[in-house]
Design a protein around this ligand. Structure first.
Ligand code: NAD
Length: 438
């Protein structure tokens, strides 16, 4: 892994009407993929989407979308959805009458996470069955996609899949303690990750977050024909440089338990690249989405983007300055009476620059496990900074998140035209430049 941030805005790409952007994953209202989809639409590209499928009840069999669900998904995307269920993972996979991982996890109670052991043969069989199902469905997806892509059209695959928390209620109390616990309720992530439970959880993350990218590249090999550009991009996370005490500094949200799977995702891009496939993971900033809003505190590093944007506006002047000023005004209008953006930014910076956080700023040591001291600093800081916004449903963090996914989408679409390496970081400096530049 080479630390390789994108520092300058990429040249205008050559994507044109008739070229096809494929979203590999579902599109939710406030997720990262919306940015690149909007940008592709502006370029006149044809949009094709995917679905993870649905299960009736909590663990019914995986099925494609019904007519009503399909129509809603296609309206949301503004394009065709290839209706093959692409749910990844193996938590609900039962093989030959053996228990599924979710079934085995029902024995999780109270403190028994330390010694809980699993039928490893059943786990291996489930994992293999989940992988085989996904590969089968990815091949069917690719075959249907081939009929939708005109000869000579360029193709951009956008991998958005991430997840894999085993879907079982018994895990919820543990998750609350891991991600929100302070005092006696705090649970450090390290000891959990060292158990059989932790290993199962990590394997589940790997299947959904990383292996799906490898399998997408493999399944779509028949589409990589001469005479067209075929590119693959994926959203990674591997920390992000933000302004701390006025200096652009690499930092990361902790505990980011998908971190090992995200490193594996990077490896898949490197391997594809070595095989001559232009696949790039774009490590992107922390924002609020359906998937991340569970993780209180993940948004704390988003606030200094406002300062980066003001700085970028000032550096360019003219219209760029006006964009930055307008955004500041929009954010100020979201604040509770009697508060200021300056005070809000000062509170976020006090957390980010706290000496307790210094050991977490090592790129080489990433991903790191949480400590009680860190969580007890982060969780109250998150609440205090959120309280600066007048309406919990319309916050500065949500406004900045929209801005980031838009800017990241523009950067990715442009850079994917002639990518130079398999792993890039999109930090606050280049996001800010993108935001203020027309
Ligand atoms: N939110 C952040 O702070 C952040 C930061 C950096 C990178 N990312 C990455 O951006 C990408 C999009 O995430 P997002 O935060 O926009 O949230 P999101 O909830 O909009 O997207 C999550 C995606 O994962 C897919 N998915 C979930 N479970 C799946 C499963 N079992 N099988 C197949 N697909 C599954 C969903 O269909 C959806 O497309 C992810 O790779 C995420 O890790 C997010």
């Amino acid at each position: 892994m080479r630390y390789d941030p994108l520092r300058e805005l990429p040249a205008t790409p050559g994507w044109k009407a008739g070229d096809v952007l494929v979203v590999f994953g579902e599109l939710f209202g406030r997720g990262y993929a919306n940015g690149i989809v909007d940008e592709a639409r502006r370029a006149g590209m044809t949009l094709v989407g995917a679905t993870v499928g649905r299960r009736d009840g909590s663990d019914g069999p995986l099925r494609p979308l019904n007519a009503e669900e399909l129509a809603a998904a296609e309206a949301n995307l503004g394009g065709r959805i290839v209706n093959v269920p692409l749910e990844a993972g193996f938590d609900l996979e039962a093989v030959d009458g053996g228990p599924s991982p979710a079934e085995q996890l029902k024995r999780l109670k109270g403190e028994n996470w330390r010694e809980l052991s699993f039928d490893q043969a059943a786990l291996s069989a489930s994992r293999a069955a989940g992988a085989a199902r996904f590969e089968r469905n990815a091949a069917a997806f690719a075959a249907q996609l081939a009929t939708l892509v005109p000869a000579g059209a360029n193709l951009l695959f956008v991998h958005t899949m991430a997840g894999g928390v085993p879907r079982v209620r018994s895990l919820l109390p543990l998750m609350t303690r891991l991600f929100r616990g302070t005092g006696e309720k705090h649970l450090a992530s390290g000891p959990v990750w060292e158990t059989e439970l932790g290993r199962l959880w990590a394997a589940s993350f790997e299947e959904v977050t990383a292996r799906t990218f490898e399998r997408l590249v493999a399944a779509t090999a028949p589409l990589r024909t001469a005479g067209r550009k075929v590119r693959y991009v994926a959203y990674g996370y591997h920390g992000c440089e933000v302004l701390i005490g006025g200096r652009l500094t690499w930092q990361s949200y902790t505990p980011y338990l998908q971190g090992w799977a995200k490193k594996r995702l990077e490896q898949h891009a490197e391997e594809a690249w070595r095989d001559g496939v232009r696949a790039t993971v774009f490590n992107s900033p922390e924002i609020w989405t359906n998937s991340s809003s569970l993780f209180s505190g993940v948004e704390l590093s988003l606030y200094p983007l406002l300062t980066s944007i003001s700085d970028a506006g000032r550096a360019k002047g003219g219209a760029a300055q006006a964009v930055a000023d307008e955004l500041r005004g929009r954010c100020a209008a979201l604040l509770a009476p009697g508060t200021t953006l300056e005070a809000m930014l000062e509170r976020a910076d006090r957390f980010l620059s706290d000496p307790v956080m210094a050991p977490f700023r090592g790129l080489e040591a990433w991903p790191q496990h949480s400590t009680r001291e860190e969580m007890e600093l982060m969780l109250p800081a998150s609440e205090e900074v959120l309280a600066f916004s007048a309406d919990a449903k319309n916050t500065v963090a949500a406004e900045l998140s929209r801005l980031v996914f838009g800017a990241v989408g523009r950067l990715m679409l442009a850079e994917a035209w002639e990518p130079v390496s398999p792993i890039r970081w999109l930090n606050h400096d280049v996001v800010a430049k993108r935001v203020v530049t027309a």
